[in-house]
Design a protein around this ligand. Sequence first.
Ligand SMILES: NC(=O)c1ccc[n+]([C@@H]2O[C@H](COP(=O)([O-])OP(=O)(O)OC[C@H]3O[C@@H](n4cnc5c(N)ncnc54)[C@H](O)[C@@H]3O)[C@@H](O)[C@H]2O)c1
Length: 324
Amino acid sequence: MGYKTLQFPKGTQFLVTGGAGFIGSNLCEAILNLGYRVRCLDDLSTGKQANVDMFLGRDGYEFVKGDIKDFNTCIQATAGMDYVLHQAAWGSVPRSIEMPLFYNANNIGGTLNMMEAARQNGVKKFVYASSSSVYGDEPNLPKTEGREGNLLSPYALTKRCTEEWGKQYTRHYGLETVGLRYFNVFGRRQDPNGAYAAVIPKFIKQLMNDEQPTINGDGKQSRDFTYIENVIEANLKACLSSSEAAGQAYNIAYGGREYLIDIYHALTSALGKDIAPKFGPDRKGDIKHSNADISRAERLLGYHPDYDFKTGLAEAIQWYRENL
Ligand SMILES: NC(=O)c1ccc[n+]([C@@H]2O[C@H](COP(=O)([O-])OP(=O)(O)OC[C@H]3O[C@@H](n4cnc5c(N)ncnc54)[C@H](O)[C@@H]3O)[C@@H](O)[C@H]2O)c1
């Protein structure tokens, strides 16, 4: 269970791309806490300098400011690395609908650069962030690998393409790739600000400031919200997975189902706020329900998430109380 007892050879070197972002900075921290070395590559386009500054000076941490759209940057960053945990990408379904060319260049082109660079530098395992959005309009629940529907956004397209490149790099070029389809991750350091902020940190901040949050749609949509600690476990276990696990993508979630309206009420109650939500229109490109079958990741990656939604939410709220 968990990842805190996982062992890698002494001096193991990880590269975390997108390491100044939410998930990436948590990966950097976990690797440092386990006693291994981590290089963070980030262009700070959506990431934060503060997520770098907090580790500067810690033994084993290195920051490289650079853009994965530049192949030479990727070559230099992957030199000497045992594992790559590739998180760098732009998120947000609505923003991807506004900026198709950028998403293609950044999320697909940048990932292809990273895979090729990792191959040339003999990286042992290339673990990369995919997304539950690859299931598109597939109506059956739980979402199961191999049963995907039509894609609903350019963002989802970038993640599906990334997975296809991952398969090709394992099949033809000997790079062991493992895709992780994250389902609505939340936890410490997730950005509550901006038009594209994720719902949990956004609502926490608004409620803490006595503002009235807006729920898109009727609030009866459901998601498999996944606490950051489970995502760290998945990444590190993917590094240690067998060659048979390579060339595939896995659902990474808790395997639960939370309704947005219930989360809203859990937040108002935990924060002691008596504020009713506003209801807005549905968001373009969104699906109504999503929850994951995680049995493939359990079987092939040995992933057994420790944190259920409630425990994760309590920790997250505590962090925002102390840090906002
Ligand atoms: N947070 C979620 O719920 C979720 C769900 C599914 C998938 N994902 C995926 O997980 C990964 C991490 O997401 P996050 O929530 O931490 O987002 P984030 O925006 O906090 O982090 C992404 C990081 O990547 C960096 N980056 C973007 N483009 C770059 C480039 N060209 N070169 C170098 N760095 C670049 C950004 O500056 C940022 O620090 C992304 O690939 C995202 O698509 C996240």
